[in-house]
Design a protein around this ligand. Sequence first.
Ligand SMILES: [Zn+2]
Ligand SMILES: [Zn+2]
Length: 329
Amino acid sequence: MRAMVLRQTGRPLVEETRPDPEPGPGEVRLRVEACGVCRTDLHVVDGELPPAPLPIIPGHEVVGIVERQGPGVTAPALGARVGVPWLGGTCGHCAYCRSGRENLCDSPEFTGYTRDGGFASHIVARAAFCVDLAHAPDEAVATAPLLCAGLIGWRCLCRAGDGRRLGLYGFGAAAHILAQVARWQGREVYAFTRDGDASGQAFARSLGACWAGGSGDAPPEPLDASILFAPVGALVPAALRAVRKGGRVVCGGIHMSDIPSFPYAWLWEERELVSVANLTRDDARGFFGEVVAAAGVRTTTTAYPLAEANTALDDLRHGRLHGAAVLVP
Ligand SMILES: [Zn+2]
Ligand SMILES: [Zn+2]
């Protein structure tokens, strides 16, 4: 197999050729068709998350074909197209796993962080954590960003409540999918980009946003809820100021710069500030089973050959692309 490997944080990924990995009990091996590049991959590569064992192959928006089953595996079937998301495994017996909150498992495995991910020609995944893509788009590149940007975005949207006026801060891969889902649900979308990013704001309007502006701008009306995808802590007080009484602000990223102090009055009147961590398999079943096709979600992607993973990461880091970057082995 070929893989782009993180040997040391803060350094570029290194191309390696390795023997094809063998699936163990309960695992499957996939031939990777496409793997999206998520902001979390940037945090892993840049060493902004708690250290995990290296070397590691990043990538957790994997679409692939099952080509070998490990001992005891009957599903997914050989030849099936499945997805491998960020949640690569859980313990199954901690208090969180037993109460329907496996996203908070005490002993989780994360694809591309604590187990090898999809910046490769092949990946071994736990069969029980593969995502059924029977209702996803036919095209692997178009589907890959749905595995994290779409899926964790969907969890954020559920956490945001059912308010009509929805703000999205950071109009990247997740927001460009969520805007379509929110419009399908009958909501109004208010998109916040980097200040002065006219092309990002035009992109947001093209996906149905009724208003788009810089993150320093005030929306024309108070919002019911907002979701923050930009990893910028200073946006938290800004977002709280832009929601109405009783409104909610959801932080959707895994990492964020420090949140500056702000007057309690900006939180008071029952405004809520919450975060979303990871995903559950139920989120995946709901999103891919009931939302993606019904909402007619179409992703905007830029495809890169696997060997150009470092370029893709850099383009994401500097906001040089609309929608999502996807690697193709
Ligand atoms: Zn991700
Ligand atoms: Zn657990």
